[in-house]
Design a protein around this ligand. Structure first.
Ligand code: KG4
Ligand code: ZN
Length: 346
């Protein structure tokens, strides 16, 4: 039974985890940098890189100690090699290379998005390929057809803001602080989504993509009139965002043979949103598909998903050379056309 050490450091979470081939998360630690970035209302790359450098090694030591094993007992070291903030990615990848070299273990340079894309298979052993994945995080909003490990077809992406980014920016407009997604969801629970009329960008459009920038700007304008309660604005924003996501996924599903799909799956930080999960579950039911969402702790950035992607690739006999690069940009689907504004961050 393989056991892999995974490291994650591409944005503002420093994380280490040991995961076994039978899907047991043997030990994991996540150190959030939220406090360090809060005064700036967003992630400051230099602060992030320094915090990763200070925190990662003690986290690895803690995980190994909790599991009661040494590096000799590990089958491979997996680390996020991109996309993301390059300083942080380099900290994690260089650390993984050093450990792999010192312990003579294979290195797996993992695409952070592949970590998110395969995380539902860590959560649910019965999830087979292919599945339609909504990957919605602070840096991305994509619909992907996951056909196998390493086989990802991007069906749609955002032409401006990522979905989590739109939640964060809207939360900032409402004075909710950083990170805004969870705070906005909590406030929305007390509001009436019908109280404020907001646009739904690209709803019903022939093109496949997502767009959220106009929605966020509409919230800003509505907020400036001071005629609406913040809770109503939050609820209206969340509902409009959900309506857009569901419409775009319907567009994708209409062009797929759904009888071939094993499930509709959601991953990435925004998948922690309960209203979003509810709407996606309803869409899946309507299409006769299973709906799978990993538990919220596996949806936001973590190292268990990186270790799991490592386990999946190791099982296929894959590993990466010690001179493999850290990649600030790294599309999952190399064939996908470049769309303006998409995938700027991790
Ligand atoms: O996947 P993730 O942890 O990091 C990235 O790779 O970006 O996603 C973080 C994003 C943030 O934008 C955060 O506001 C959003 O996920 N998020 C949420 C919720 N929890 C996290 N958005 C809406 N509702 C939530 N409950
Ligand atoms: Zn992420």
């Amino acid at each position: 039974m393989s056991i892999v050490l995974g490291l994650e450091s591409s944005c503002d979470e420093t994380a280490a985890a040991l995961v076994r081939g039978d899907r047991t998360i043997v030990a994991q630690r996540i150190a959030s940098q939220d406090e360090a970035h809060r005064p700036y209302g967003g992630v400051v790359p230099e602060i992030a890189a320094r915090a990763h450098a200070e925190t990662l090694t003690p986290l690895i030591a803690a995980v190994m100690a909790e599991a009661g094993i040494g590096l000799d007992a590990v089958d491979a070291i997996a680390a996020t090699a991109g996309p993301g903030l390059i300083g942080g990615v380099m900290v994690g990848l260089v650390t993984a290379k050093a450990l792999a070299m010192a312990a003579s273990k294979p290195l797996l340079a993992i695409n952070h998005l592949e970590g998110h894309a395969l995380s539902p298979r860590l959560a649910d052993a019965s999830l087979g390929f292919p599945y339609l994945l909504l990957l919605a995080s602070g840096g991305h909003c994509q619909a992907l057809l996951v056909e196998g490990v390493g086989a990802y077809r991007r069906l749609a992406t955002t032409i401006d803001d990522a979905l989590g980014e739109a939640f964060d920016k809207t939360a900032k407009i409402l004075g909710l602080g950083y990170p805004g997604g969870p705070a906005l969801e909590a406030l929305a629970a007390h509001g009436d989504p019908a109280a404020v009329a907001l646009p739904r960008p690209l709803l019903g459009s022939e093109e496949p993509h997502f767009s959220f920038a106009g929605l966020k700007s509409a919230v800003r304008r509505a907020h400036e009139t001071a005629r609406h309660a913040d809770a109503d604005l939050a609820a209206a924003f969340q509902q409009a965002a959900i309506d857009c996501v569901i419409d775009r996924l319907r567009h994708a599903l209409a062009r797929l043979d759904t009888t071939r799909l094993s499930a509709l799956v959601v991953a990435g930080g925004v998948a922690a949103n309960r209203a979003m999960r509810g709407a996606l579950g309803a869409l899946a039911g309507e299409q006769g598909l299973r709906f799978i969402a990993p538990p919220p702790a596996l949806c936001t950035d973590n190292a268990a998903m990186i270790a799991w992607a490592g386990i999946e690739r190791l099982a296929l006999g894959q590993s990466d050379p010690l001179d493999c690069p850290a990649r600030p940009r790294w599309p999952l689907d190399a064939e996908a056309e470049v769309v303006r504004g998409a995938g700027v961050k991790a």
